[in-house]
Ligand binder design. Structure first.
Ligand code: GLV
Ligand code: MN
Ligand code: MN
Length: 399
C-alpha cells in the first residue's frame, strides 16, 4: 500500500452511509471528525494548524503568507458520495508536503495546506460555502440565515464547530497570503481514462446555478378526492422534471439535474400540498445557463398549470464559468510535460478562488468516470502519480 492509499483507507470508516457511499455534510459529525484528523496529521508533519474565519483550516510550513503556495481541497461530501471527491486533494497535499519536508526541501516562500468547508453545499444549499464567504461572493448575513434540512442554522453549526459566526465574511487578509492555489482532485468524468493518461490539468469550469423550485397544489385526502377534483403537486412536479430534462436536451452541452424531490407533508394517503424540487443547471457560459433556465421557468409553469398547480423558483447559488490562470497553467504544463488539459462540469473551491488569486487544478484519472456516487475510483498507481505531480508543482512554485 502506498502512503496516499493508506491515509485514504484510514478515512473510510468515517461517515459511511448505510444506504451506500459516504455522507459527510459540512460541519456534521463525520466532517468534524475528518477536520480533527486533518489537524492531527498536519501537526504530526510539523505544520502549524491555524483556523480561518470561515471554517477554513490552514496548515502552514513557514510563517503565514504573503506569496504562499497553497494546496488543498475539501473534506465534506454529497449524500452517498464517493471516497475521493475532496479527501483526495487534502490527503495528496499532506503527502506531497510531507515528502518535501522529509527530503530537506527549503521553500523560498511559505507553503500551506488548506481545507475549505461545505464545498458541496449538501447541507446548507450553497456550493463552495467557505471560499464564497472568503472571497465576498456570499454575504455573511445571507450565510447566517441559511438553514439545513433539519432547521439547524449555519450560525449554530459554525458555533458547534468552534467557529464564531459573527466573524465570517470576506477575508482579504487570508486571500492576500495566497500567491498561487493548486487543488488536486479526482477526475469526475472519463476524459483521462479515454486519453489513457493518469494525470491532467484543468482548463476551466462550466457556468453553474442552483435553484429551488416549489410546486404548490392543494393538500387533500387520497381516498375521498376524485381524480378530476385534485390539484396534486406531485403529478405537477413529475411534469416539471420532464420539462427540466427537455430544456437541457434542447441546449447543446447543457446539463440540468433534479436531485431532490420532497413532497410536503409526505404521507402515503395524503395528496401533498406542495413539492420542493432542487434544480442544478450547468453549461459552457452564464448566458447558456440563463437560457436553459428561462425555458425551464416557462415550460415548468405551463407543466404545473396542467395539474392546477403553481410554479415558483428561487436561486440558491450562482457561479460564472471559470478559466484557470493561463500563466500558472502554462507553468504546470512546462513542469509536467505533455499531460492532457481538460475542462470540467464539476464545481470546485479553486473555481471560486480563481476570481481573486492565480489558481490551477490537477486531475487524477478515474477509471469509472463516476463521481458523487460510490463508484468513484482511482488506481493506486494513479493516486501516486497525482502526488508525484503535486509534489513537483509545489516544489517548483515554492522554490
Ligand atoms: C461539486 O462537486 C459540484 O460540482 O456540484
Ligand atoms: Mn463534488
Ligand atoms: Mn470536490
Amino acid at each position: 500500500m502506498s502512503v496516499v492509499t493508506d491515509l485514504l483507507a484510514r478515512l473510510d470508516g468515517i461517515g459511511r452511509d448505510p444506504r451506500g457511499g459516504w455522507s459527510r455534510p459540512g460541519f456534521g459529525e463525520a466532517d468534524l471528525g475528518l477536520r480533527a484528523w486533518f489537524a492531527e496529521q498536519a501537526t504530526a508533519l510539523g505544520l502549524d494548524v491555524v483556523p480561518g474565519r470561515n471554517g477554513d483550516l490552514w496548515a502552514w510550513w513557514g510563517a503565514p503568507g504573503p506569496d504562499a503556495v497553497v494546496t488543498g481541497s475539501h473534506l465534506d461530501s454529497v449524500p452517498g458520495g464517493g471516497r475521493l471527491d475532496g479527501p483526495l486533494g487534502v490527503v495528496s497535499a499532506l503527502v506531497a508536503v510531507g515528502r518535501l519536508r522529509a527530503a530537506g526541501f527549503r521553500p523560498a516562500r511559505p507553503i500551506a495546506v488548506v481545507v475549505l468547508p461545505e464545498e458541496e453545499g449538501s447541507r446548507f444549499g450553497v456550493a463552495c460555502l467557505g471560499s464564497r464567504l472568503m472571497t465576498g461572493a456570499l454575504r455573511p448575513d445571507d450565510a447566517r440565515a441559511l438553514r439545513d434540512a433539519d432547521g439547524t442554522a449555519l450560525a449554530d453549526a459554525l458555533r458547534a464547530a468552534g467557529v464564531d459566526p459573527q466573524g465570517i465574511g470576506r477575508d482579504d487578509a487570508a486571500l492576500a497570503r495566497i500567491g498561487r492555489f493548486v487543488e488536486l482532485h479526482v477526475e469526475q468524468g472519463r476524459a483521462l481514462a479515454d486519453l489513457d493518461a493518469p494525470v491532467g490539468i484543468a482548463t476551466g469550469i462550466l457556468a453553474h446555478g442552483r435553484w429551488q423550485i416549489t410546486v404548490t397544489g392543494r393538500g387533500d385526502h387520497a381516498g375521498t378526492t376524485r381524480m378530476p377534483d385534485r390539484a396534486d403537486p406531485v403529478v405537477a412536479a413529475a411534469r416539471v422534471v420532464l420539462a427540466v430534462e427537455a430544456a437541457a436536451l434542447a441546449a447543446d452541452g447543457a446539463r440540468a439535474t433534479v436531485g431532490r424531490i420532497d413532497a410536503v407533508p409526505g404521507g402515503t394517503n395524503v395528496i401533498a400540498s406542495r413539492v420542493e424540487v432542487s434544480l442544478d443547471v450547468r453549461a459552457a457560459s452564464a448566458s447558456a445557463v440563463r437560457s436553459v433556465l428561462a425555458r425551464i421557468e416557462e415550460d415548468g409553469a405551463l407543466a404545473a398549470a396542467l395539474s392546477g398547480c403553481a410554479f415558483g423558483i428561487e436561486q440558491r447559488s450562482w457561479s460564472d464559468e471559470v478559466v484557470f490562470d493561463p500563466a500558472l497553467r502554462a507553468a504546470l504544463v512546462d513542469l509536467l510535460g505533455d499531460v492532457p488539459q481538460l475542462p470540467t462540469g464539476a464545481g470546485h473551491d479553486a473555481g471560486v478562488l480563481a476570481a481573486r488569486v492565480p489558481t490551477a487544478m490537477l486531475f487524477v484519472r478515474n477509471p469509472t468516470g463516476v463521481s458523487h456516487a460510490p463508484g468513484e475510483d482511482a488506481a493506486q498507481a494513479d493516486l501516486d502519480a497525482g502526488v508525484d505531480a503535486l509534489e513537483a508543482v509545489v516544489r517548483h512554485l515554492a522554490a
